[in-house]
Design a protein around this ligand. Structure first.
Ligand code: AMP
Length: 201
């Protein structure tokens, strides 16, 4: 049985918000969610909740997150499937921080295909590497995330992004689903570039 039982699968939108750490994905997600009636799924936020709640999963994830490494694919894939199954009444989902590896991208494609759906578009917010550290350091003063506070962790997150996540660009580009917004500028400027892309779907 399909988990999309309150809407025809074909109507549901599945957007991926893509970009390096510190690109502004979380900030831009709120505006997108409101404009397009989407449910925001941030795997990073879900993992931080598990850590806060002190669950077994959270305890395992904490060490990896604080080192700037990725948690295992199966862990986040399970979280995504669970959100798809339980959240109703929206026009689609906005995935933020997922997929982060090619294996996750393929698992997502399979999960959606099993339910007669597919990724609608990948919206990429791009900023140069030299801006990442500056943005994350600024966020550290506001949000107090442990993985934002340590320069070695930030550097490993940037390296992890280039090594494990960036290959997704070619993967989605080959499917004609990759759209890039320049992430340099004010929040409002970047937002309007994103809206220009997503309004078309
Ligand atoms: P974020 O809030 O998206 O920056 O994620 C914070 C951290 O959570 C990452 O550096 C990873 O350690 C972990 N994480 C979040 N999403 C994923 C994912 N899709 N796959 C693996 N690890 C993830």
């Amino acid at each position: 049985m399909s988990w999309i039982n309150d809407r025809a699968p074909i109507q549901m939108k599945y957007y991926i918000l893509f970009g390096p750490p510190g690109a502004g994905k979380g900030t831009q997600a709120s505006a997108m969610v409101e404009r397009y009636n989407l449910h925001h799924i941030s795997t990073g936020d879900l993992l931080r909740k598990e850590i806060k709640a002190g669950t077994e999963l959270g305890i395992k994830a904490k060490t990896l997150i604080e080192a700037g490494s990725l948690v295992p694919d199966e862990v986040v894939e399970g979280m995504i499937e669970n959100e798809f199954k339980t959240v109703k009444g929206v026009d689609g989902f906005l995935l933020d921080g997922f997929p982060r590896t090619l294996a996750q991208a393929q698992a997502l494609d399979e999960l959606l295909a099993r339910n007669g759906s597919e990724v609608t578009a990948v919206v990429s917010i791009m900023i140069p590497d030299e801006m990442i550290i500056e943005r994350i350091r600024h966020r550290a003063t506001i949000e107090g995330r442990a993985d934002d506070a340590n320069v070695d962790t930030i550097k490993n997150r940037i390296a992890t992004y280039h090594r494990q996540t960036e290959p997704e660009i070619a993967y989605y580009d080959a499917k004609g689903k990759y759209y890039q917004a320049d992430g340099v500028g004010t929040i409002e400027e970047v937002r309007s570039r994103i809206f220009d892309i997503v309004d078309k779907f």
